[in-house]
Ligand binder design. Structure first.
Ligand code: IPE
Ligand code: IPE
Ligand code: MG
Length: 245
């Protein structure tokens, strides 16, 4: 990992969990008269930079939106390319992730993925499972509605098997069934690419996250951009429905 000087200081409050919608790869490429595919390739570099910087800063949890349930509806060629790139990245980045003590978990519905991709996923999850540094969640085949529906199904199964009583279902116990389980909710949500929407990301978990939107297109996202988001977060007063201070 190269030396990067951070502009954060101890007065800045660090989020324990950052969730990012990495958007704008296609537009980044179109602006340069390149194919959208090239934008996705450059997006992987920004992803690596971001992960490494989170490691440097000591962030505990990072969740990245790589492929949504709705992204299945893109033209077949783009879908194929995106998923092939994902498989390739999981493979290629493995040693760097191991070196950086990153524990990886892919969250989302992987049933429709190719066998190769499913294999790449399990291989990386197993290889990094004992790591105790940054917990990296990659949302792929992921949709917030899918996540909640899936959790409801799991809960219903337990109830009908007599293993869970309806009265014991609480917000906390229910969230254990979601793909992020008992991971602390994202403190900071970042979306690049200029759109100000959630796009079916972590619908349950973003209930009280601080939202940060930037026009920066994902391939241009850098350590500086990440720190700008953290600084913005750090200056906010979170009230959680209470009154100030
Ligand atoms: C984000 O970039 C990557 C994925 C959705 C997988 P886009 O491909 O959405 O890029 P834009 O938004 O069209 O620029
Ligand atoms: C959200 O980006 C999904 C990912 C970044 C993986 P999209 O580009 O798919 O979102 P919309 O279509 O602009 O809402
Ligand atoms: Mg987009």
């Amino acid at each position: 990992m190269e030396l990067v000087i951070s502009t954060l200081d101890p007065t800045h409050k660090l989020p324990r969990h950052i969730a990012i919608i990495m958007d704008g790869n296609g537009r980044w490429a179109e602006l340069r008269n390149l194919s959208r595919d090239k934008g996705h390739v450059r997006g992987i570099e920004a992803t690596r930079t971001t992960i490494e910087h989170c490691v440097r800063l000591g962030i505990e949890n990072l969740t990245l939106f790589a492929f949504s349930t709705e992204n299945w509806n893109r033209p077949g060629k783009e879908v194929d390319h995106l998923l092939a790139l994902l498989a390739e990245a999981l493979e290629n980045e493995s040693s760097l992730l191991l070196k950086n003590n990153v524990k990886v978990k892919i969250v989302g519905n992987r049933e429709d993925f190719s066998e190769e991709l499913q294999h790449a996923i399990s291989k990386l999850e197993i290889a990094t499972q004992k790591n105790e540094g940054l917990r990296l969640f990659i949302a792929a085949g992921y949709g917030g509605r899918w996540d909640i529906t899936n959790a409801v199904r799991e809960v219903a199964k337990k109830v009908s098997a007599g293993a869970l009583s309806i009265s014991s279902i609480t917000e906390d116990s229910f969230s254990e069934f979601l793909s992020l389980g008992n991971v602390v909710d994202p403190d900071l949500f970042i979306r690049t690419g200029g759109e100000q929407r959630i796009s079916n990301y972590l619908l349950w978990q973003l209930a009280y996250s601080e939202l940060y939107f930037t026009d920066c297109l994902w391939p241009d996202f850098s350590e500086k951009e990440l720190e700008a988001a953290i600084k913005s977060y750090s200056g906010r007063q979170r009230r959680f429905g209470l009154i100030g201070e």
